[in-house]
Ligand binder design. Sequence first.
Ligand SMILES: *Cc1c(COP(=O)(O)O)cnc(C)c1O
Length: 505
Amino acid sequence: MTMHATAGARAGDGPSPGGPTIFERSRPGRRAWSLPDAGLAAPGIEELIPAEHRRAEPPALPEVSELELVRHYTRLSQENWAIDVGAYPLGSCSMKYNPKVAEDVAALPGFAGLHPLADDDLVQGALEVLGVLGEALCELTGMARLTFQPAAGAQGELTGLLIMRAYHLARGDVRKRVIVPDSAHGTNPASVTLAGWKAQEVPSDTRGLVDLSALEELLDDDVAGLMLTNPNTLGLFERDIKRIAAAVHEAGGLLYYDGANFNSIVGKVRPGDMGFDVVHMNLHKTFATPHGGGGPGSGPLAVTEELERYLPAPVLAWSEPAGRWRWDNDRPHSIGRIHSWHGNFGIDVRAYVYLRSLGPEGLKRVAERAVLNANYLKTLIEGAFPTAYPGTCMHEFVSTAKGLKPHGVRAMDVAKRLIDHGFHPPTVYFPLVVEEALMVEPTETESRETLDELAAAFNAVAAEAATDPAALHRAPTSTPVRRPDEAKAARHLKLRWTPDDSSNT
Ligand SMILES: *Cc1c(COP(=O)(O)O)cnc(C)c1O
């Protein structure tokens, strides 16, 4: 085999980066399959596709053997990190284990092969999954009804805000602002802007919680509502939530619950009982469905009875006399569709299996262990990485790496060095209110032994910062790619491969 000289080629000749890419391995005429000649004349492409729809040149697809193809994908999979490989304490993302039983059920042909246009009568089983899951999620959040259309949390946010807008407009009330805490996830102000409102920040106080008096000063009859996640992104429970809710409602606003941190309270406390009016859930976080390169999301959006009429149409309904589920399209007040079909159904099936396999008691243990694991890990590493705010945390905590600054070491260096210890890094530099933030969420599915190993890795990295800071700056040394430009891929999108790229690694 002729090796193409590529910069940084390494032993094992993996696919990019380092070894030859699948395009460089391509040889004209090489095939991954072959069929015996059936002795029949096959129609030419000219007969099958009209000229105006045919390419002038064949596509530049790689031509490789089946073995090369299998190795390509297997090696790519090995260059990725996944929850099935090791711990993934990525704060705010709830990267917990995704039980395989849910994968098996979602892959059943009766689910995986469904057509979204199939007649309601032919898919009663699938509708039952959505119906029962919807009722369970409403029960868990304390809401009246929901939609499965949003494909992720951020789309749930936009849907919820459009519902809030429809509610205010129906009352002839044109409001201009939505308040978000300074610790909020970036999707919150982004969704507010997309919904046509102005996002206004309310500061956190010395406890890391919403500053109640600052909030009261911001509230007036121009405020459409407040978006809040509870516990907040600092991993702290907003203890004043009842007073916050009363103040927002008093001003005629609505309370939006960002359910990304639901994992810490699921089965224990309900957003509806705290006073929230609109709630999204990230099934791909709390309800253990794969995400982060592992699959799509699902961000069902649940509302109170008062807001139900504005939900995206169609809404799933149980019709009593017929004893069957049906899609209700007769929704004159609906904000309209926000997804082409009924959302990411396969993700909903996984969440259904997760819920049914745990049951109410199992769900409570999810929240309890998520909180216990986070506090255990926090205690083991807070000598080197103190938390920004004191006290018990919920399912995650935010530490600061600012103590390592005198050694010229930053949070990013700590994150990169943890990779060499065999762990996915925590979230870094978020929330913005914490200097050199390391946001750690171990989740309930990691064992005590893994938490001990993770803590040992954190502490070893802190010790190394004092003795050999250069090692942290070089990290990671165990990965095929070391430190890519964090922003370049997003700012300079390049989605097309051209033959000239083969010299570029
Ligand atoms: C993940 C997250 C979101 C966005 O959810 P997606 O499902 O990624 O769109 C919003 N808020 C918080 C606090 C989050 O952690």
